[in-house]
Design a protein around this ligand. Structure first.
Ligand code: FES
Length: 136
């Protein structure tokens, strides 16, 4: 589900202008981000950590479809947070509902690195989609 949230202010954030890398932990999965290819998909802000993760088959829960209306996409930016857009009041309001908050906590659907440095992101274990299909 992708879309927009009419109840929040649109983000005024420029995306990256150069290639950079995002490493998702604990998967130890590093992906190259090509500014020319953004947005990769429909969920989350264009160029957001959620957009990047989903495009590279890295699952992060995103119940609201990436429109800043839940907190299921909570991630922790372990490196490169200085290259990310500032969180908005709307994002902070949603983050208040997330468990395990840390200084680098962000909503993956709203956090957009500018590409000046590589970024390391931890996906909390409660946000990893580890559902597996088993025969019934
Ligand atoms: S997916 Fe709901 S706030 Fe990010």
């Amino acid at each position: 589900m992708g879309g927009t949230n009419p109840f929040i202010e649109p983000l005024q954030t420029a995306g990256p202008t150069q290639r950079y890398r995002v490493t998702f932990q604990p998967l130890d999965a590093t992906v190259d981000v090509d500014p020319e290819a953004l947005p990769y998909g429909r969920d989350g802000q264009p160029g957001s950590l959620l957009d990047i993760a989903l495009a590279h088959d890295i699952d992060i829960d995103h119940v609201c479809g990436g429109v800043c209306a839940c907190s299921t996409c909570h991630v922790i930016v372990r490196a490169g947070i200085e290259s990310c857009n500032e969180s908005t009041d709307d994002e902070e309001d949603q983050l208040d509902n997330a468990p395990g908050l840390e200084p680098g906590s962000r909503l993956a659907c709203q956090c957009i690195p500018n590409g000046t440095v590589d970024v390391v992101v931890e996906i909390p274990n409660w946000n990893r989609n580890q559902v597996s299909e088993t025969p019934h």
